[in-house]
Design a protein. Sequence first.
Length: 131
Amino acid sequence: MPQRAVPLAYTLILAASPAHSLEVSVIETDFEDGSYRVELQAMLDAPADAVAAVLTDFAHYRDLDPRIRESEVLATTDNGEVLLRTRVQYTAEFEPDFWVPPFIGRRYALKVLRDATLRLFANVEDRARHL
């Protein structure tokens, strides 16, 4: 096979892979009172029961996102609500040689949070599609 055909073959294989079809209607990030928050409203292209199975498989949260270090069910209420402790490690480092206004650093952190949340739910969708 000519050398130029190899990259083309890989491109065609990758192009043929099923893409995530996560349809995001709302994703908002916010920094308030010293905490970062994200809200996501999205439709996942997977059966609802499979998505629920992935989201309630607390022992395997780390498989969805390597930044999730551990998750532990602390309690379950009588009506089935779960109190869950999840330890997440997000690391972002940037050290400019000049002064950066806090709103720029926060804007960067909010973008990282937004992008990580989208990747996490794309992983949920992918896992649910293959259950």
